[in-house]
Design a protein around this ligand. Sequence first.
Ligand code: NI
Length: 151
Amino acid sequence: MEPFAADALDIIKTCHDGLRSAVQKADPQALIWQPGPEMNSISILMVHVLASEQFWLAQAVGDSAERDREAEFRANSDDPTPLLRRIAEADADAESVLSRFGASDSSRQLPFQDRTVSGVWAVMHVIEHLREHLGHSELTLQLWSQQKAAV
Ligand code: NI
């Protein structure tokens, strides 16, 4: 595996560990709880961030990729089992895709909004986006615990 891809995989797996830990700590009601209007539940955040990861990693190596972004934000479930399975699949997917990531992928040109981005951008975006929503999930869990304790 290329050094960049190996390092990216290491960080991505650490993020997945954080997601897994958040799901394991959350009780079913916490998984679907929305801290406020226009805020997403842990369940939705997980489905969204993992779908986005799958899409961008595939893009990074030139695989065909599709996603239904709207559907990601409707996927609210209090069942941790499919979320944990999805995280395990994401570990395997990331390893499989990044083991194929090479020099030609680094400079691959990908359309994004009104510009083009590179394969490296796609992998780095996966990491920043995972961290962003892992932070949201952890904060949501803290807010859930606090409001529960306050009742
Ligand atoms: Ni997002």
